[in-house]
Design a protein around this ligand. Structure first.
Ligand SMILES: *Cc1c(COP(=O)(O)O)cnc(C)c1O
Length: 334
């Protein structure tokens, strides 16, 4: 138990708990271990995903600060900015998004208009396009300044919602996984997921250290920057450990599964997306969860887990991006 955790202010936004379900057909296909999926693609708000859990704590902080609008940023097909826009809409806050173009090379023609981008606009967010290579922080400072000059009270939310406050959402997710697994009669050997801006992994590491200390948390780097991700996770874990008084858990980030780079399709991603779809009826995405499951499949094939162990894959969402990669997705279809 984490003393005082339930007293931290949280703005309810997500459908919780999300289901923890077995994946028997994928398990049989791979010949074990027993695979489970934590359905954080089903957090509800704005088509769901992992950022909604972070936003419960981030929006509570914004509202406590008297904010009337939020400012955040991300890549063109960012799931974080889409879920932030939905949260702002639901809470009646303004929403300014720095949309970073040019991060992903070789995108398809619809990449800039469909999927998450269409949803951002539908939720009423103001989009500010900025070249990925430009000074992004300066652009965000400019948006904040303009909003203040217009008499608004803007509140900045970190990229990916990955601050210590945002990561609290995944401490809560770890608590959920612990009691759900107990009720289902197993102790996970490992919890595995796609890791990018590090808040999800940091929350899971800190939460698991408190609730299931025998369970490994394994982040699959989807940025092609495993060392940077591990450093960011460690810093956030330290912050959580201080804030919550929990022991700092072990940080493990596995590289080698990002393919050619962030947001660029790879053959292993396409295999994983296809298997999840045909064997379990799950929609994974090409940027995060497809590469996350590809990492898990590679670890299984390398013999990392015994056949009778239980492994939980966290489905962190991202399905809207499928529609921004229509030609690439043909490669996932049998
Ligand atoms: C943001 C995101 C992640 C990575 O979570 P971080 O907390 O940024 O590491 C994984 N999957 C999906 C679908 C995401 O949108």
């Amino acid at each position: 138990m984490i003393a005082g955790f339930e007293d931290i202010s949280r703005q309810p936004l997500a459908h919780l708990p999300t289901p923890l379900e077995p994946m028997p057909r994928l398990t049989a296909h791979l010949g074990g271990p027993r695979l489970w999926v934590k359905r954080d693609d089903c957090t509800g708000l704005g088509l769901g995903g992992n950022k909604v859990r972070k936003l419960e704590y981030l929006m509570a902080e914004a509202l406590a600060a008297g904010a009337d609008s939020i400012v955040t940023g991300g890549a063109t097909q960012s799931n974080h900015i889409r879920q932030s826009a939905a949260a702002a809409a639901k809470l009646g806050l303004g929403c300014d998004l720095a949309v970073m173009t040019g991060r992903v090379p070789g995108t398809e023609p619809v990449y800039d208009t469909t999927g998450n981008v269409l949803l951002d606009r539908l939720f009423g967010a103001r989009l500010h396009k900025v070249d990925w290579r430009a000074d992004r922080n300066q652009v965000i400072s400019g948006i904040l300044e303009n909003a203040r000059r217009a008499g608004r009270e803007p509140h900045f939310i970190a990229y990916g919602g990955s601050s210590v406050t945002g990561a609290l959402g995944y401490v809560r997710a770890a608590m959920e996984i612990a009691w759900q697994a107990k009720a289902l009669g197993f102790t996970p050997r490992a919890v595995l997921h796609a890791s990018g801006s590090a808040g999800t992994q940091a929350g899971l590491v800190a939460g698991m250290a408190a609730y299931l200390p025998e369970t490994s948390v394994i982040g699959i780097d989807i940025d092609g920057e495993a060392a940077r991700v591990a450093g960011d996770v460690s810093r956030l874990v330290e912050g959580l450990s201080e804030r919550l008084g929990v022991p700092p858990g072990r940080v493990e980030v596995v590289g080698g599964h990002a393919g050619p780079g962030y947001g660029v399709p790879s053959p292993a991603m396409l295999e994983a997306v296809g298997l999840a779809a045909r064997l379990e009826g799950l929609v994974l995405d090409p940027v995060y969860t497809g590469k996350g499951l590809a990492g898990l499949i590679a670890l299984i094939r390398a013999g990392r887990f015994a056949k009778d162990e239980d492994v939980v894959f966290v489905h962190t969402g991202g399905a809207p991006a499928v529609f921004a990669y229509p030609a690439a997705m043909e490669g996932a279809i049998a």
